[in-house]
Design a protein around this ligand. Structure first.
Ligand code: ZN
Length: 219
């Protein structure tokens, strides 16, 4: 079996202010659907390992505290449902308000239809319409997918209270606040380029992989 050097080159990075929360990242030349980047960020552990998801949820709660007041529903993107469930549990512990009747939070994910639009079916809509929504995403670089999902939530009548992210390069997206566990300061030299301005492409360095918030596919 061919050795996967993207995995072997991975380095562990610690969250500023919470050494219990870590992500992996590999430096190189990668493409997302919108941009070229010099780091592949791997947040898999925080999404799929119960103890790490729990720790990340605790840490996210601290970021949201005193910033987001009311959350009825967490909308999960990028396969963040496990983290979303723990985050819901953390936010139910007090200090956050809720308008839901049974004093419990909803954790949902949008469905992507055949033309790549996000949608919520009838059975899920009561957890969106008129509800205070926290959007949870894995990694955000250009923010195009996040913008698309915020529009979708608003279309279904949700009231957006903020975006929680494992990694984000921005703390504001069209006026909506973003609360990331990690930002580009945690990854020294992190850079994102428009594909036609990418310095690696200009040097003739080949792309190593296509990446998204779920992972990477080598080229
Ligand atoms: Zn490039």
């Amino acid at each position: 079996m061919q050795q996967d050097d993207i995995r072997t080159r991975m380095v562990k990075f610690y969250a500023r202010g919470d050494r219990h929360v870590t992500i992996n990242a590999t430096q190189g030349h990668f493409a997302t659907s919108q941009s070229h980047i010099n780091y592949y960020i791997d947040v898999t552990r925080l999404k799929v390992r119960v103890s790490e998801a729990e720790e990340a949820a605790r840490s996210l709660r601290q970021k949201l505290l005193h910033n987001v007041e009311t959350v009825d529903t967490i909308v999960c993107l990028d396969g963040t449902e496990v983290l979303g469930a723990f985050l819901g549990q953390e936010l139910e512990k007090g200090d956050f308000r809720m308008t839901n009747k049974h004093e419990t939070m909803y954790v949902v994910e949008p469905e992507e239809n055949s033309i790549h639009q996000f949608m919520f079916r009838e059975n899920i809509r009561p957890s969106i319409e008129g509800k205070n929504i926290l959007l949870l995403v894995a990694t955000m670089t250009t923010g195009e997918t996040v913008k698309k999902s915020l529009e979708c939530i608003e279309y279904y009548g949700g009231i957006i209270q903020g975006v929680a992210a494992i990694f984000s390069t921005t703390t504001d997206i069209d006026g909506t606040k973003v609360y990331p566990l990690f930002d580009q300061e945690d990854l020294p030299g992190y850079a994102t380029y428009a594909p036609h301005e990418c310095p690696f492409c200009k040097q003739g360095t080949p792309l190593e992989a296509m990446v998204n918030a779920y992972g990477y596919s080598k080229l």
